[in-house]
Design a protein around this ligand. Sequence first.
Ligand code: BGC
Length: 252
Amino acid sequence: MSARGQAFGIDIGGSGVKGAAVDLATGELVHERIKIPTPHPSTPHAVAEAVAKLVAQAGWEGPVGVTLPSVVIDGVARSAANIDKSWIGTDARALFSVALGGRKVTVLNDADAAGLAEDHYGAAKDLTGQVILLTFGTGIGSAVMYHGVLMPNTELGHLEVDGCEAEHRAAASIKDRDGLTYPEWAAEVSKVLITLENLFWPNVFVVGGGISRDHEQWIPLLTNRTPVVAAHLKNTAGIVGAAMAVEAGIAP
Ligand code: BGC
C-alpha cells in the first residue's frame, strides 16, 4: 500500500521502534501505531531489520521517513543517545533504504521531527515567528523553527546551564532518578528556559515528551518570561514529523 497524500513515519527510541502511515492533510495516523521493541543491542543492522519488519507488517510500499536520537547530517548519524554507539558514522539513510528494497528514505533527528509536526499540525500551528520545541525524556531534545523552517540538529539539551548540561539538570529522567517534586523539577526547567530565551528570544516554547501529559502540574510553575505551551501530538509527533520530512524531501 502507498496512498496519495500519505507518507510513512518511523520513530526510533531507546525502548521502541514505532511507525504508521500518516495523512499529510491532517497530520493524523491512518492506522494504529505499530510498535516493535528496540532490539538489544540496538546496532544499526538489528534496528534496520526491525524497521523492515514494521514496514512489511503495515504493508506499506512508499517512501519512509525515520527518526534517530542522533545528530543526522546528510543521512549519516553523527551522535547516538540511547542507542548503540556503533550508529556514529553510519549512513543511516543508505542502510534503511537498502533494508526497504531501495526506496526513498529520509532520516532526521527525533526532536527535529517532533518540532516539524508540532509546528505544522500541533501546538505551534497558528503561531508565527521563532518556535523552540523541547522534548523532555531520558535526555532533552530540541528543534528550532522560524516560520515553519527547521534549523536542524540544534542539540540544545547539551547546552551548559549553571555549570551543568541542560539535560543532566532538567530531563524527565532526572526528576525520576532524584525523586524531585514538580516544583523542584520546574525550577530546574525554568533555569534551562531562561538560558535559552536569553540567547534565542523565541516567540514560544513548545514542551513535549511523556511528561508533557502532566503539563498542568508544572507549566504554571515555570518562572521564565516566554510563553510555554504543551505539545499536542503526544507520542505521534516523531512519526508525523518523519512522514512530513520524507514527503517534503527534507534531508538534514
Ligand atoms: C540527543 C538528541 C536527541 C535527544 C532526545 C539527546 O541526548 O543528543 O540528539 O534528540 O536526546 O532523544
